[in-house]
Design a protein around this ligand. Sequence first.
Ligand code: ATP
Ligand code: SF4
Ligand code: MG
Length: 364
Amino acid sequence: MQKKYSSNRPIVFGFYFTFIIYFVIAQDKNGRVRYIIVIDYIMFYNCKMLQVRNLSVFQSEKGEIRREIVRSVNIKVGKGEIVAIVGESGSGKSLTAYSVINLLPSENLKVKGEVIFNDENILSFSEDKLRNLRGKEIFLIPQDPLTALNPVITIEEQLSEIFYYHSKLSKKEVKERVISLLNLVEIDYPERRLKSYPHQLSGGQRQRVLIAMAMALNPKLIIADEPTTALDVSIQKGILDTFISLRDRYNVSFIIITHDFGLVRYISDYIYVMYGGKVVEEGKKELLLNRPLNPYTVGLINSVPSIKIEPKSKLKSIGGFASISDFACPFYERCKDKEEVCKSFVEYVEVEKDHKVLCMKYQK
Ligand SMILES: Nc1ncnc2c1ncn2[C@@H]1O[C@H](COP(=O)(O)OP(=O)(O)OP(=O)(O)O)[C@@H](O)[C@H]1O
Ligand code: SF4
Ligand SMILES: [Mg+2]
């Protein structure tokens, strides 16, 4: 079985110290003024640049709430960190991503909770303030690149628009920036691509144009929803390598949304596993992949081809279909290890440092 990706990424640290500098002025016994400089650190804390707290998305009908789709999700992203949100179709990954920039795809969806970015709650922003934040600070690359690009406008015009809107650059300077962006995302012969329309580009090139758009205003965070789903394996790897190089060069943080554990293994530092609108497990990549705890995570990992699997052995499927459930454990209906208590009470527990799970098997 062919292994899709392989990599050993460094671990990104999310801590820093805050220093305080004192100038102490004193006189010595001869009456001369002396200065003493004291440098001290007052605390250290986790410098997560984005914190999603108790985020829920409700579906309403005629003003009445019908169901909670995304359920009290908590996510943290550090500077330069690549966080993956992984889960089957319908688990609430995209709605979580859109909620982060308060841009839900439909009027009947309402978001609650907090999204703390630069010490402010994005969900309390006015529409003007949000518009300024989207693209400039946080850029979302949606699930389908073709629908995200305007089909009747050339690549040059689409990229230039960003600079005309957000900067005072001249026409010549804008063109130079557009070409350098296309170079940055490794589009071959960028000058030749300027006059192309989206449909004239391959899927991989379209994805790269979107990444170029994302990078235009040097955002702090890029959210990429299924960035490689429609692409073949070698192109997928190229796109992921582009993300890694942007992180390494510009310290951009990423939230990558996917159902592909091969991609997660290759690119992420930290993983959140979602099922039925809830996070059912999270952890540093090495911990979660080497010791998956929740039966759903175990099932997902076992259903992915790996080089360890003998060529003729069968992959294990989880069985059943993903759905939103009102049981305390969202995976109850499909879980082979379930017990009666899982219907009514399960706590999210820290099993080891940087590894948490929602499952009664690990309840203390
Ligand atoms: N506008 C809407 N109104 C009602 N339900 C919705 C709406 N949009 C999405 N949903 C439902 O919310 C759930 C989560 O949707 P979401 O798009 O976040 O899933 P996902 O994990 O991104 O799945 P996929 O991998 O297929 O993209 C799904 O069951 C979906 O049917
Ligand atoms: S809480 Fe129970 S039903 Fe849910 S994953 Fe754990 S064992 Fe299975
Ligand atoms: Mg989705």
